[in-house]
Design a protein around this ligand. Structure first.
Ligand code: B12
Ligand code: SF4
Length: 437
């Protein structure tokens, strides 16, 4: 059986390859190959194929991009709307050279809810080339969170959701999310990603984690180790964790890194998805340093504990202060630790974001704004839709984090916040022999 797996391009106001890999689709690749199928793979966001790009020392980079016509609902929004990823022609070439007309089914992944135009583009091209009779299946975050939107706009065979298939089923193991990811589909690898678990024990009111995975599940240790051993054989140096709550599994993490070390495997680890301050004791900070964690991103969100308590109480300013103190004492530099500051959440006014930046700046590590995206069916997402009279269900573009943050705070204020963050980051000492950018 000939199957094609595609990770679509991104349509957005901004996109950066912040250790982005279509991890779910790589798990699908693994399941399909195990069942004996022949798998072809095309990733529009594979930056190893964008030769003109400058990479940072950890494999991150911009994407190749073209400016696109702004969707009508963004007409009063001044920012440029772009398509990020490999050009349409390279996909057409790939199809002509590798598949011709012999394709049994196609599998398309999806990521952010507001990136669905990429899914639409890929499905359209597939239908043009292979005809309406080609079975097409779509999965991933947008499919899971906005399946009604997807179903009502595209004629496809099946949608993979956390509750099971919608429409036609394609036989895939129900334990898909604990299967290994198959990185062999990539000719070149600039970094790897992994996860020890799926799901999160916290229930933050702005987050979709429980909708995507109602129960927290650990992936088998051997599966994760095999994934990482494979990446080591491919000489990958940087690995990013995609866990929702990585440090809750500290014993697992310790066992795993210890076993890899015994096998002579050492990576530089990164946590772009943010980790919890609460779990960073001095002992854990020392372990992280020793294990090879190179950049740590921490979910700081907001300095106001009352606001935080209302959204799920996953973090408090005191805990952030303590964790940063521990990380610096364990030998991390100011440049290696970044605090995410949440902006654009309707319950966090401009002044509260500015206070968060000021308080965060006092801790002497990097800050980064995380622009809020109102996610359908989350408590805060639904409130946001009511308050701003927008319907993110019938138009998921409205959940775009850049757009929504400007809607809440105003464009000038967002620029002001960005400048405050930038000017703080400029004050931080640049370490000698630094590999950070
Ligand atoms: C890792 C991660 C990131 C990574 C990058 C991930 C990526 N590859 O795109 C980083 C750190 C960069 C990131 C950034 C952001 N993220 Co994020 N991220 C995640 C996280 C934790 C995992 C996503 C992931 O890749 N999962 C990997 C695989 C295992 O899961 P999956 O894709 O769902 O696939 C499963 C199935 O769907 C299936 N599958 C997948 N594809 C297909 C295809 C077919 C055909 C089939 C059959 C099945 C199938 O296989 C998997 C089985 O388990 C999710 C939360 C979560 N728990 O899922 C949030 C999440 C996706 N992110 C979110 C947010 C808000 C953001 C940010 C906006 C945060 C911020 N304010 O800065 C930014 C956005 C960046 C941007 N440019 O716009 C939101 C979604 C927002 C939205 N509107 O869609 C989520 C849901 C978290 C939340 N707060 O609720 N994120
Ligand atoms: S701790 Fe993070 S992943 Fe877990 S529910 Fe809260 S925001 Fe979501």
């Amino acid at each position: 059986m000939n199957l094609l797996l595609v990770n679509p391009p991104i349509y957005d106001f901004a996109a950066y390859n912040f250790w982005l890999k279509p991890y779910g689709l790589l798990q699908v690749a693994s399941a399909l190959k195990t069942s004996g199928a022949s798998v072809l793979f095309f990733d529009f966001c594979d930056t190893t194929r964008m030769l003109s790009l400058k990479k940072d020392p950890y494999g991150r980079s911009k994407f190749e991009a073209t400016v696109e016509k702004r969707p009508a609902l963004f007409s009063s929004f001044r920012r440029r709307f772009r398509r990020y990823g490999l050009p349409r022609e390279s996909f057409a070439r790939f199809i002509n050279q590798n598949i011709g007309k012999r394709l049994d089914s196609a599998f398309v992944s999806s990521s952010m809810t507001y990136w669905y135009l990429g899914v639409f583009e890929v499905v359209k091209v597939l239908k043009e080339h292979f005809g309406e009779r080609l079975p097409i299946y779509v999965g991933g975050t947008y499919a899971a969170l906005c399946y009604e939107h997807l179903r009502s706009h595209l004629s496809i065979n099946g949608i993979w959701t956390p509750k099971g298939w919608l429409g036609e089923e394609f036989p895939l193991p129900p334990s898909l999310n604990i299967l290994p990811a198959d990185f062999s589909v990539y000719e070149n690898l600039d970094f790897g990603v992994t996860r020890l678990s799926r799901g999160c024990p916290f229930k933050c009111t702005y987050c979709a984690s429980t909708l995507l995975e109602p129960e927290m599940r650990l992936r088998p240790e051997e599966t994760v180790l095999d994934e990482l051993r494979y990446l080591a054989r491919r000489e990958v140096k940087d690995v990013a964790f995609y866990d929702d709550s990585l440090l809750i599994h500290i014993e697992y993490l310790k066992r795993m890194t210890e076993r890899l070390k015994k096998e002579g495997i050492r990576f530089r680890y990164h946590t772009p998805n943010g980790v919890h301050s609460r779990f960073i004791s001095l002992e854990t900070a020392k372990f992280l340093k020793e294990a090879g964690f190179e950049t740590l991103f921490i979910g700081y969100e907001c300095a106001d504990s009352q606001i935080l308590a209302k959204t799920g109480d996953k973090v408090r300013l005191e805990e952030v202060k303590e964790s940063v103190k521990n990380l610096l004492a364990a030998g991390f530099t100011a440049q290696q630790v970044t605090l995410y500051v949440l902006a654009g959440h309707p319950d966090i006014p401009m002044e509260a974001v500015e206070i968060s930046i000021r308080e965060g700046a006092k801790l002497g590590v990097r800050l980064m704004l995380a622009e809020y995206s109102p996610i359908p069916n989350t408590p805060d997402g639904e409130n946001a839709f009511k308050r701003f009279r927008i319907d993110g269900h019938s138009e998921p573009l409205l959940t775009n984090n850049t757009f929504f943050t400007e809607l809440v705070l105003g464009g000038e204020n967002v620029q002001k916040l960005k400048e405050q963050v930038r000017s703080h980051n400029r004050t931080l000492p640049k370490p000698r022999n630094s590999t950070t950018h």
